[in-house]
Design a binder for this molecule. Sequence first.
Ligand code: SF4
Length: 373
Amino acid sequence: MAVSLEQLKYPFSVEARSTAQKLARDVGSLIKILNEPGNDDLIDEAEERVFSAISQEEIKLPEIDREEAVLVYQAARLLVEKVCLNLNSPGLRRIQAEAESKAVNRHLSSERDRVIRSLCKESLGWQIESTGTSVERSRLPLSLRSFEYRIRFEDFLEVAPSFRDARWKLINRHLDAGWVPVRKSELYRLMSGKFKNLIVQSEIRVPTLPMRLTEAVQRFESEMETRKKEWEPVEYTSDSVTAFPPCIAQLHEDSINQKNVSHFGRFAMAAFLLKVGMGKDEMMRIFRAAPDFVQSLASYQIDHIKGKEYEPPKCKTMQDRSLCPVYLRTTFDPLCMYVEHPVQFYKTRTWENSKGITDHSWYARKRRKRQSF
Ligand code: SF4
């Protein structure tokens, strides 16, 4: 019997969990099923799922046309938990949680209203209501018309505090008799955020695994070891400038040469420099060269960006703001095609510099292209 598409898209749903429970009532029975010779495809798919998470690629739905397909997610969780246990680190669990929640968010964005409501109510135990059709909403005050749903504030607070943006603070939301109006996209973010939290908070006691599963675990461990250097936070040193992506290098150079840098450009550079560990004094030295430099204002702005933990803008935003010289075709670096964020560029280039790697042909072998120029 084939499993429904919804069960594969939403592993946290009551239906998916009950099918999985029916097939494998506990970890021991799951391992037994996975170890059966005819079920190699479940392990292959689970392995692929975890590798997609590690390499930050899209998690695909299992292509298995029988009920056991629902166990692919369970198997992927099992393998990840074993890696966490062996390495005594929850790192891979967090990576998996992030990737799985992104996949759910993607599926939700093209989901039917009926399924959304059922997932919220039956699977997450949330109370949500529709705020009516667009015609009905047009009678509401202007500030409330774009909110398609409302959710109970206690359910909103289950997830929203884990998001950094100020719009997720209850104090910044409209609250009416305990209901918080939310846009569709916000509801999807809350739902996928809850799924992410569920994974992060869950720990599975994994016993010794049979050979076929142990081999998969070893492959993840070796992959994690290879990538560890890329993920580790990097220390800012005086050589770090050589690892700046072209966008930041340009802003840095313009600032030092007293050229005018836009307000957003300064924000992008400050958020980036803070992220990579530059100290405030050094940042002030860079900003001091600006023609309109005001010490107290620059100091306040740096403290504000740091205090609010603002993330540096992604490549897409830099391109939209005409701050990406590669996109503007005034310079080129092959690494830009394999990143979506200037900090990703910086981490990889710092690692390459530390190893003396100047041949960049490995990008094409090891990484998926993320941008074309
Ligand atoms: S592609 Fe990204 S990292 Fe590269 S220069 Fe443009 S914004 Fe910076």
